[in-house]
Design a protein around this ligand. Sequence first.
Ligand code: WTA
Length: 656
Amino acid sequence: MTSETLSNLSHEERRFPPPADLAAAANVKAEAYAAASQDFEGFWATQADRLDWGQKWDRVLNWDNPPFAKWFEGGTINAAVNCVDRHVDAGNGDKVAIHWVGEPEDDTRDITYAQLQDEVNKATNALVSLGVTKGDRVAIYLPMIPECVFTMLACARLGAPHTVIFGGFSADALASRITDCGAKVVVTSDGGYRRGAPSALKPAVDEAVAKVDGLVEHVLVVRRTGQDDIAWNDDVDVWWHELVEQQSTEHEAELHDAEHPLYVMYTSGTTGKPKGILHTTGGYLVGTSYTHWAVFDLKPETDVYWCTADVGWVTGHSYMVYGPLANGATQVMYEGVPDAPHKGRWWEIIEKYGVTIFYTAPTAIRTFMKWGKEIPDKFDLSSVRVLGSVGEPINPEAYVWYRDTIGAGETPVVDTWWQTETGQILISPLPGVTEAKPGSAMTPLPGIDADVVNDEGESVPDGSGGYLVLRKPWPAMLRTIWGDDERYKDTYWSRWPGVYFAGDGAKKDEDGDIWVLGRVDDVMNVSGHRLSTTEIESALVSHPKVAEAAVVGAADEMTGQAVCAFVILRESAGGESGDALVQELRNHVAKEIGAIAKPRQILIVPELPKTRSGKIMRRLLRDVAEKRDIGDVTTLADSSVMNLIQSGMSSGSSDE
Ligand code: WTA
């Protein structure tokens, strides 16, 4: 975070107060902040009362052994019952839970809460028949199809934690996640649709299953694309339509301890090994359902909600599956990309279903800005009443475009800050309360204690920048890193005692409102997806021609940040260079991690800038990648290195 960024913020003078009618009828009013700070536990107990519990909790929060929290200790609950059965029991069985929209046109499915209950119960019984019992882990590698939601809820019902792996990840990434959490069943599909063409998923699962040495007992396969050339192993593979369809729609759900593991979601950290973020049941459901209701002002009887995130990321978990379904919402789930078969597809969907609440990412908004407002202008978007943004800082211009073009210049935009680790939104405007500023996530939500601190961990005054921290636990917080309590403590709680820090820089403006400025560690944010520099470096170095690699995230107009790599070749590569090798290395990263991690640019260099103690100076590489003048190089062991790299940069290759 530079002082230039900090001072630029103070020039932002636009203010958007909430619309009067929305404010008057808002679910959450200004009083909530004071109520929550006066009685922190009482506030969260009230939110927990919005859910159905078996045994009521004895203690709202047990923080006797920080940083290991127990929320709603002694309580029992079933997440699937809260997301499905209780709405049917309340007489809302005929209400649509999911308007599912496939990528191929006219491939749609409306699923009511009663149908969802049948599907979840059948999937639960199918998992039981495959030997899955409470506590077992199930890996899910599916496209955005309803079966993905059925499977997640079936796992939750059984108490078998799921780990959903984004369909864009490679077989290697899949195998390492399966191994790390010890999944015995994988649920996948033959493939999914991507821009009109079927793209296979099962081959990656086959490769991963072969790698994990008999760990995976069964692979349950949904037939989505009907590709007929898929390999089949009768000992392991089972078709969904053969196994699940024959199951009973009845399943008696067990109540689980509030702290029973709900899922593990892998995310990038500053070291190469992805972290399995563990979320548990009761607190997670309280945190996600409350914030979904408060931040989007959800009126379940009338709203049609749509979150465009893929279910393979935390946003898809908290704000497509658990939050909205716990609240009994009606929502849209779309399988495909925004420009298939045409660039107005999203707006067409909003018009068709009368979407009222829309939640997406800045990278998508910037893409639509590039395509031009004529495209959304062709559709009737008048149903939209709340707009949300998540995943990275939203540039004020993108915010205003979003508000003006999609929100007719009057719809509030909620810029929501949170992380895989936080599970729930923590900092965000409230649409009926906050006078919003474009580009600012504004204020910690009621019941959340966030602050910006300096190196010593002291709160900075208004008008200054520092590190974004959380001073109190919150219900949907991660409980640990799967199988690695030490890493959990070290990564998040060791910088300042008792304080949570996960790598973002932020500023408090003159009014004390928070502007999140992005990562301060070696984690990049590409199109709202977290990637670790180290992980990509390791992937590059695993190529036989590469000796050393340094990766930085460089500013990119469309994706926020883009992956830029600097690579030193091995002598044995024989002085090879040029486009073919660069292409080979880019593809290698895609194979090792997934296409999202593919570097935008790879520069073959003779040397990397290092300090005398041998640390790569990424700051300098970032300057080069962003075509800035490089600053101070006096700490470099060999300052001539930078001249070599910069001269290579001007002739460097990139193909996108
Ligand atoms: C960034 C996604 C600014 C931030 C939910 C965070 C944001 C990381 C915002 C988490 C926002 C997310 N403004 N930055 N509104 N939302 N971020 O784990 O750097 O995929 O640490 O969770 O995204 O990414 P993750």
